[in-house]
Design a binder for this molecule. Structure first.
Ligand SMILES: Cc1ncc(COP(=O)(O)O)c(C=O)c1O
Length: 401
């Protein structure tokens, strides 16, 4: 059960180690972050928070505290969300991501945000939506349902693996925009490969051609430091339960101010047409868990306390270490390019061998939590130890020779 503490686990928050330790001994600093801030046991190597992250102590405490106090009805407002506008939460998130509170809605995940965007844009039969061939099923299904139902045309642009440069990626998407293209929908960081796309360049070019830009940012919040308005996108989806320490069940929907009244809400209740609510109109979705939202905010505060630049420096440093290990390994090809502009904390390898089953068995035995398959995306978050990376490649060598 991700996001909930193990029975009897102590979730009392512990202060962060002093910055002087980071300067003196960075490995010791990050070891203490892992040991003191997370419930991860020493025997677990965790290399897949790209699928779903783990919540640190302050997040667990916020969730359980809220569940307890709401069970005791300690507060004087209804302990739920789903009909409220959550202004304070949205303001704090908006301050962090540089946008306006009124442009931000809280959802349950990136899938819901992407579906709200794709279902809500006015499109007619024959209109074209451009995607890359690296989109997550949630970034594809939302458009393909409209292809079948409404006769729009979805076209996928193939991205080379590994790509040569961010400019090449931008060129491929921009040059694919045609006279019928109405929307370009792509991941800021791709799901199967962790590639970072030049978001702003693509959005600017789309805008110049009168095309709507949709950024699936499921891997962006918490993995990289960014401000939403700097991306110049029309819409964005986020998934803070991957990299931003939120408990499972948290999503973000950004709607650029000028689009607030153009987008149709999909999951609706009484205030579906109250446009004065701005983005909060898209949160009128019925009762759900406020405790989870409290956890998401605690995750945001944890990220702010650490500092997004410090987090990125560390996670990319460990990803670079992993990249080097993969380069030296004869069993895999790298699909991640050797260019810091194109990857953050995700590195993807492809096995040369058909079925590395013995390797998969050993991974399980050794409690190494990683994606398994022919093509594997490995994640390095602040709790990933260089020794976890070593163990992964040593296990591979042992299994495959
Ligand atoms: C790029 C991308 N979009 C969307 C999703 C779906 O995210 P969620 O589970 O938060 O809906 C994922 C999940 O892996 C993803 O990688």
């Amino acid at each position: 059960m991700f996001g909930l503490p193990a029975a009897g686990a102590d979730t009392t928050p512990v202060p962060l180690p002093d910055d002087s330790l980071l300067r003196r001994d960075p490995e010791a600093y990050w070891r203490r972050i892992r040991d003191e801030q997370f419930l991860l046991p020493g025997w677990r190597a965790f290399l897949n928070n790209g699928s779903l992250g783990i919540a640190p102590r302050p997040v667990l405490k916020a969730v359980t505290d809220y569940l307890q106090s709401s069970a005791a009805l300690e507060m004087d407002y209804y302990p739920r969300w789903g009909y409220e506008t959550m202004d304070e939460f949205r303001q704090e998130l908006a301050d962090f991501y540089g946008c306006k509170k009124d442009e931000l809605a809280l959802t349950h995940n990136a899938t819901e945000a992407m579906c709200t965007i794709a279902a809500g844009i006015d499109l007619k039969a024959g209109d074209e939506v451009l995607l890359t061939d690296q989109e997550h099923p949630s970034g594809r299904g939302c458009w393909y349902t409209r292809q079948v139902r409404h006769g729009i045309r979805v076209r996928e642009v193939k991205l080379p693996l590994p790509p040569g440069s961010p400019e090449q990626l931008a060129d491929l998407l921009i040059s694919a925009i045609g006279p019928l293209t109405r929307v370009v929908s792509f991941s800021g960081i791709t799901s199967p490969t962790g590639l970072m796309l030049p978001v702003r360049q693509i959005c600017d070019a789309a805008r110049a051609k009168g095309v709507i830009s949709v950024v699936d940012g499921a891997h962006m919040h918490g993995q990289i430091a960014f401000k939403i308005p700097e991306l110049h996108c029309d819409y964005m989806a986020g998934s803070p339960h991957k990299w931003a320490y939120a408990p499972a069940g948290c999503g973000l929907l950004y709607i650029r101010e000028e689009n607030l009244e153009k987008l149709w809400p999909t999951i609706v209740s009484g205030s579906w047409n109250e446009t004065k609510l701005k983005a909060a109109r898209f949160m009128n979705v019925g009762t759900n868990s406020r405790a989870i939202m409290e956890g998401m905010m605690a995750g945001l505060r944890f990220l702010k306390q650490l500092g997004p630049d410090r987090v990125y420096a560390r996670t990319h440093h460990v990803a670079r270490y992993l990249f080097k290990k993969a380069q030296e390994c004869s069993h895999v090809d790298l699909l991640t390019p050797d260019d810091d502009r194109m990857f953050g904390a995700l590195v993807t390898v492809k096995f040369k061998l058909d079925k590395p089953e013995r390797f998969h068995e050993l991974l399980k035995q050794r409690r190494i939590w990683a994606n398994m398959g022919q093509q594997v995306r490995l994640s390095t978050h602040i709790h990933t130890r260089p020794q976890d990376v070593d163990t992964y490649f040593e296990t591979m060598r042992e299994a495959l020779g």
